[in-house]
Design a protein around this ligand. Sequence first.
Ligand code: AMP
Length: 302
Amino acid sequence: MSVLIVGSVGLDDITTPSDSRADLLGGSASYAAVAASFFAPVRMVGVVGEDFPQAHIDFLKARGIDLEGLQIVKGKTFHWAGEYFGDMNTRETRSIELNVFESFRPTLPESYRDADIVLLANIAPDLQHLVLDQVQEPRFVVADTMDLWIATTRERLVALLARVDMLILNDGEARQLTGETNLVVAGRRILDMGPRFVAVKKGEHGCLLMSREGDFFAAPAFPLASLADPTGAGDTFAGAAAGALAAKKGEITFDDLRRAVVRGSVLASFNVEAFSLERLKSLDDRQIAERLEAFRRLVAFD
Ligand code: AMP
């Protein structure tokens, strides 16, 4: 079973306390699609300009990602610049040039409409709605979002929540969306808005998974001694989780979601070890299996 991923595809300029790099492959869909591709076939929907380097297309293709839904249009690719401070838990956006993203309307190729698992990676809720309008009967829909949409298009985001099975967001976003400071209460409020499941990410402190039926699961983040670039950790988490769900046949249970968020956590832990998607580029199944095993030992107790 495959996973359909829609989101941003762009070029990022990233500054950390120790390094600065320009024109790196970025965007929520890029991270999510590459992460998902370790677990299931991926179909990607997005837009880039004619300036988008062929090397990035080749990389996505080499991961087996179906790019029929990636529009290449006249103009410049979405460009984002961000800077990290201190222990890199603080980030500021330096600039956003929407470019071809400004007039982007996701159009699903005919072959994508029977999508099984859908990941609405971080883009404007209106565009996420448009994708759901075009899919037939997906087995499971996951949505990601960000503070910008909670602040600027809250109503469209809340309407989207009634159409998805699971929302993934970080702790600050959960508080912003619900007005609740306690994350368990915030999670419950989000479940009241429509999705059956919610995953609240807490950065280096892991993630909290909750269901409307009252199930709980807390996964730590894999402890890392050094981190190069946190960009895309959330997108990688969501992509790997959606890919893991696509690899599971039949009805998706809470246990499947536990396994999925652990895979999300593991892939995100690799992603932050290098800039952009560089670490995922060199990653292989054996390394994933080893870190999953280390993760298992990390949380096992009698
Ligand atoms: P994250 O670190 O998970 O917040 O994701 C970072 C990625 O999101 C970068 O690669 C950016 O290109 C992309 N991004 C930044 N702002 C936006 C936006 N407004 N809409 C969609 N994607 C964005």
